[in-house]
Design a protein around this ligand. Structure first.
Ligand SMILES: Cc1cc2nc3c(=O)[nH]c(=O)nc-3n(C[C@H](O)[C@H](O)[C@H](O)COP(=O)(O)O)c2cc1C
Length: 390
């Protein structure tokens, strides 16, 4: 293993993650759905946008700080909620520590491997992410638990439609790591001794349970047990969204909004923030890249709610492009997961540092002293790039 595990870009972190993780775990993080069109478009659309840099009169110092849902961020990035089972034994706690050390907030998935109490203790700027699963009482119970743990904000993700088939095939994920599953996964785990040792030295193997979906007084359900309950729950109505907002009664983000009409309804339901998101392309394939849909949404509701974007952000210049086109901040999903897989907490910190320094150098080049000054003139948008949905 290299003595210096620092990496210079998220792409390098991803390559390290690929060589360190068992094939199935890596492929679960790549995720995507159907043809992978949306996942690819999220990435490539950022590459279609350009800059027109200056050569003199650039600001000597740049201000990167902002706030999202009442939490101060030292730069405009929030770690997006992701289920990161089996990537690293410290999982979401390592991510939370890294986010805290770099002064940013993080979302915590309902399907995370660590209890919300442990994660908030590592980073008080933890937003709990909720799915519409089970009864209203059960959903209210999860919100209450997050509030008692100290979460300052709630993220409801409602764009999941259970479309998970992939043309390139999905990894084998066992219900639990019993002897049969362990034997089946042994060849790929043994081929990744660094990853295997990181688990073996903790004396445990991935539990594959989701503690934040536990009913009071009951043990955590398995991932698939909780997933089954979620699948059987009728989709929420806008009344249910308004109910969630009023039940939480605090900063509330609706994640997964991509249409202008839905963004307006989210405002009517009382949300304080929305994330223009397509679940990282893991959901309904054919949904356009979020950066294409962002400007229309930001124009429609940006003065009424905080608009953030997630999907395809891999470098600081992507963050600047999103802010120039109307986002207040971005959320990053896979980038911190690659860092976590490559080098644990230090790897997530490394990813956050790569993003922060990329934002700073881009601001310098385009001559903007603050992230608050960014506007659409700061990016070169090719004809036909944008999409107005709804
Ligand atoms: C492996 C994986 C698991 C995810 N799990 C969740 C989740 O539990 N809850 C959620 O709201 N979003 C989840 N997402 C979506 C992310 O929060 C985010 O929307 C997406 O990853 C952003 O795209 P990016 O990965 O290109 O940054 C997941 C994404 C990935 C890749």
């Amino acid at each position: 293993m290299a003595a210096n595990r620092w990496f210079e870009s998220v792409a390098v972190a991803q390559r390290r993650a690929k060589s360190r993780l068992p094939r199935s775990v890596y492929s679960a993080l790549v995720a995507g759905s159907e043809r992978g069109t949306t996942m690819d478009d999220n990435l490539h659309a950022f590459g279609e946008l350009g800059f027109a840099p200056h050569v003199a009169d650039q600001p000597a110092r740049r201000e990167l700080a902002t706030t999202v849902m009442g939490q101060s961020l030292s730069f405009p990035v929030v770690v997006s909620p992701t289920g990161v089972q089996a990537v690293h034994p410290d999982g979401e706690v390592a991510v939370a520590r890294a986010a805290a050390s770099r002064g940013v907030a993080a979302g915590l998935s309902s399907f995370s491997s660590k209890p919300v109490e442990e994660v908030v203790a590592a980073n008080p700027k933890t937003f709990f992410q909720l799915y519409w699963s089970g009864t209203r009482d059960e959903i209210a119970g999860r919100m209450e638990r997050a509030r008692a743990a100290g979460c300052p904000g709630m993220i409801a993700t409602l764009d999941w439609s259970f479309a998970t088939a992939r043309d390139w095939g999905s990894p084998f994920v066992p219900e639990r790591l019993d002897v049969r599953a362990a034997l089946r996964l042994a060849p790929e785990a043994l081929a990744r001794p660094g990853w295997l040792w990181s688990w073996l030295r903790t004396g445990a193997l991935p539990a594959l349970t989701v503690p934040n979906m536990a009913r009071p007084g009951e043990p955590p359900p398995s991932f698939f047990g909780a997933y089954g309950e979620w699948m059987q729950t009728s989709p929420p109505t806008w009344d249910d969204v308004a109910w969630m907002v009023s039940t939480w009664h605090g900063p509330f983000m609706l994640k997964g909004v991509i249409r202008v009409d839905d963004a307006k309804r989210a405002v009517d339901a009382g949300a304080s923030a929305i994330s223009v998101s397509n679940h990282g392309g893991n959901n309904l394939d054919g949904t356009p890249a979020t950066i294409r849909a962002l400007p229309a949404v930001a124009r429609a509701v940006g003065d009424q709610v905080e608009v953030v974007l997630d999907g395809g952000v891999r470098r600081g210049s992507d963050v600047v492009k999103a802010l120039a086109l109307g986002a207040r901040a971005v959320m990053v999903g896979r980038a911190p997961l690659w860092g976590l897989a490559a080098n644990g907490q230090a790897g997530v910190e490394n990813v956050l540092d790569v993003l922060r320094s990329g934002i700073d150098s881009t601001l310098r080049a385009i001559g903007r002293p603050s992230v608050q000054d960014l506007c659409s003139e700061d990016v070169v948008v090719p004809a036909g790039f944008l999409r107005q949905l709804g």
